[in-house]
Design a protein around this ligand. Structure first.
Ligand code: TYD
Ligand code: MG
Length: 454
């Protein structure tokens, strides 16, 4: 029997039985390659290529393992996002739009790690050494014992790494790396994949922590292959909004710590500064009570963060009303609007709806449901919520409010920032935080008691 060849897309991993130029699944061109099957393709029992493999060493789960010693940079916002510091032999991908500040962040981080006694290499494939040195001078880091190299040839870089055996190496960026055994241009899917593979293997083999910098495409993916995300232990995104000085480092995957953890920085004339109290920053532009504005007591990773939802509801001149969302999930907004209509009798037909998270934050916490619903109601009824009030809670399709996790931490953060009232779901477990709680059973009760409507 002829064995059937197997083809895989190196960008998204989709499998095919025959080669084609374009991947049906992700739409990438020239990413489909033939993969030699790893499992036996022949009759059952026959070993790979006729040769016998070695036995894999097996152990039980109870085997004593000491947690890896972590290295701290001293930049607290970074250490926390890493899960408590840098783990040796780990591979980390730092993605973000060009110009957002990845190189700045990593130069600052390497300088701190080096000052703490780590042997640190910074390989720049994008900038000449002189450019990186100039940035270091601007940041006041020119004296930091970081070893700097400007190179894109992967073979030379690996040879250097073997010789230097650093604790940490930065590769800025993975899209500029060039492996001479791969027959395509730097930045192509196969080059990025090969370079990421070699470098992560090196990390595991030699105990070096490797940070790969990756540029992100307009669609929000690390340019080139998603496979890089699967290869590394930790994926961090560095995000920020145009016109805002602050930047958010977000863990989207972390084998050594909680995902969804964020670190907040501010880009200044002398590099990135840590923002230790993000709630104060996100709420800094608030003033008088205004309809449509609601403060949400959220949790980002392990930390409570207060942000402001702003809603605007206006009659539409169009037959199809607009639903525009920035910083939150559009599908979720549609759901909240449907629940308000179906369960509370508040129609939004014929009305444009705009929803925005102030300051450019992106919120994924499900507890934002109630804050959004309250902002929509406040905008629609033209009734401002008192400025001393925070809101949080999850909404089910029936309109019932569900308690959410970490209620106490949310309330404590609210107290810290001077709030005195919280609208929360009934049965929320809140200890003595000193806040006046307004527990609500369902959305209809919010409509009636908070807005006197419905
Ligand atoms: P950079 O780290 O080069 O971005 P990336 O590596 O993600 O492409 O950051 C570039 C931007 O940061 C650039 O627009 C200038 C700005 N910047 C400051 O505002 N202050 C500073 O101290 C530095 C070094 C850069
Ligand atoms: Mg850069």
């Amino acid at each position: 029997m002829a064995k059937s060849p197997s083809f895989t897309c190196t960008s998204c991993g989709a499998a095919y039985s025959k080669w084609s130029g374009r991947c049906e699944a992700c739409g990438s061109w020239n990413t489909i390659v033939e993969e030699a099957p790893l499992s036996s393709a022949g009759p059952a029992g026959k070993t790979l290529g006729g040769a016998k493999g070695a036995n894999v060493t097996l152990s039980d789960l109870a085997t004593e393992e000491t947690p890896p010693p972590r290295a701290q940079s001293g930049i607290e916002e970074l250490d926390r996002v890493l899960g408590g510091g840098l783990v040796p032999a780990s591979a980390i991908l730092v993605g973000g739009d060009p110009g957002i500040g990845k190189s700045t962040l990593l130069l600052q981080a390497t300088a701190r790690f080096a000052a703490n006694g780590l042997n640190v290499l910074y390989i720049s494939g994008e900038e000449a050494s002189a450019q990186v040195r100039m940035r270091a001078q601007r940041l006041g880091l020119a004296q930091a014992p970081v070893k700097l190299g400007a190179e894109t040839n992967l073979r030379d870089i690996l040879t250097t790494l073997e010789a230097e055996k650093p604790h940490l190496a930065i590769i800025d960026s993975i899209q500029t790396m060039w492996a001479d055994n791969v027959d395509s241009a730097p930045g192509s899917v196969s080059q990025v994949r090969a370079a990421a593979h070699e470098l992560t293997q090196f990390a595991k083999r030699r105990g070096t922590a490797i940070i790969l910098v990756g540029h992100v495409t307009k669609e929000g993916q690390i340019a080139g292959p998603r496979v890089v995300e699967h290869m590394v232990d930790t994926v961090l995104y560095f995000e920020g909004e145009r016109g805002h000085q602050f930047r958010i480092l977000r863990a989207v995957k972390n084998r050594f710590g909680p995902a969804d953890e964020i670190g907040v920085f501010e880009m200044t004339g002398s590099g990135l500064q840590e923002v230790a109290n993000p709630s104060a920053l996100f709420l800094s532009e608030r003033g008088q009570p205004s309809p449509g504005s609601v403060v949400f007591a959220g949790i980002e990773g392990t930390r409570p963060v207060l942000t402001e939802f702003q809603a605007l509801v206006a009659p539409t001149p169009h037959s199809q009303p607009r639903r525009s969302v920035v910083g939150w999930d559009g599908g979720r907004l549609a759901m909240i609007l449907a629940v308000l209509e179906a369960r509370c009798g508040i129609p939004f037909a014929g009305l444009d709806v705009y929803l925005n998270v102030a300051g450019g934050m992106k919120i994924a916490d499900p507890a934002a449901d109630l804050a959004v619903a309250t902002a929509l109601l406040s905008a629609r009824e033209d009734a401002a919520l008192p400025v001393d009030t925070v809101v949080f809670g999850e909404i089910s399709l029936s309109g019932a409010l569900r308690p959410v996790g970490q209620t106490e931490n949310r309330l404590k953060e609210a107290v810290k920032l001077g709030f005195s009232t919280a609208i929360v779901p009934q049965r929320s477990k809140a200890g003595g935080t000193g806040l006046t709680l307004r527990p609500m059973n369902d959305l209809a009760q919010v409509v009636g008691e908070v807005f006197g409507a419905g």
